[in-house]
Design a binder for this molecule. Sequence first.
Ligand SMILES: *Cc1c(COP(=O)(O)O)cnc(C)c1O
Length: 412
Amino acid sequence: MNHPPLPVHVEVEDFPVKDNCLVIGGRTVADLAVGVGQTPFYVYDSKLIAKRINALRESFPDKLKLHYAVKANPMPAVVNFIAPKVDGLDVASASEMHVALGSGMPANDISFAGPGKRPQELEQAVAMGVTVTIESVTEMRRLADIGRNIKREPQVAIRVNPDFELRSSGMKMSGGPKPFGIDAEIVPDVLRELATLPMHFNGFHIFCGSQNLNAESIIDAQSKTVDLALRLTEYAPRSPNFINIGGGLGIPYFKGDNLLSLEPIGDNLKKLTKLASNALPDTSLVVELGRYIIGEAGLYVCRVIDRKESRGVTYLITDGGLHHHLAASGNFGQIIRKNYPVVVGTKVFSDDLEPQSVVGPLCTPLDILADKMPLPRAEIDDLIVVFQSGAYGLTASPLNFLSHPYPAELLV
Ligand SMILES: *Cc1c(COP(=O)(O)O)cnc(C)c1O
């Protein structure tokens, strides 16, 4: 029997196999499909979410605050589960803010970032007492006007576009010209103006990038970020409540990706929290993570509708695909496509594997979930499982493309 082709980093005890069927949160994927009442669906394992948060807490210093970036997965059940285990929630729209408030997280532990917040969204955040992360001078002045109009003092933070980059990051969000945040070199002037406006300065927000698997470059960016924030603090109207140094801790998706080691990052964060608390005893350091907390806890499940051969290639045509899970399909062909970890959930082990391509129902050659992957022979009605699907999955996909039904979502 071949070992189940699980992703290398997934511990087998996290996803046991019963009657050759993958078990998620104590139930086989076949039972889950019946219980959900439809395929495709996303399923999130609460035990795995808690496990990742515990691992972060164990490696990171006690004084460091841990926030969850709601945009990674805004499903209300997921946010409600995570909220009591973290120190704050970061949102990127008024709708996400409503989900965050609904979790019971106090408004002053919620921050709202993102360029181009509409005036109405700013007003909603001010009325609710959520900290608004200011991304431009225009936004700062708008907030002052809104505060005067609705007679509430806006709670604000400044998002800084630093003058350095996060090395080897999957997605760079800082350094050079960026729509995010205010360029570090003009922040002193902006802070001087802020001091004259009717608003309450809470802190700095500096986020360098996403999906980084290189501990050394994360350590480098976090050290530079704290250093920059401490320098900018000299220009602030008051000592900040927090310095949010962002997220960016990656998870391994593809063969050859290494598992990020938390230990050296935690050791460096211990130094940085000490440094910060010596300089600013009332300021908390915050890290804000999305993908690392939820990415590995989520699976996408779809059903084989047809099996056919075409000139030597076997296609498993499923009811799910690119429209539900853009990242696993390869992001509209913009990157060199690699297979996410995929298994046949209803036939995990097999004596022989054969190359099969898992595709979706869309009329585009880009609708691929697994390209010529060695898998146990799957038949019509077998369930295909895509791992590493908890973050930037359903809400980061073009659900309306070709107007097929939406996937369900379930927290177990
Ligand atoms: C998206 C985002 C995050 C979370 O990034 P992950 O890579 O999912 O950890 C953190 N901070 C900000 C400002 C973000 O926009």
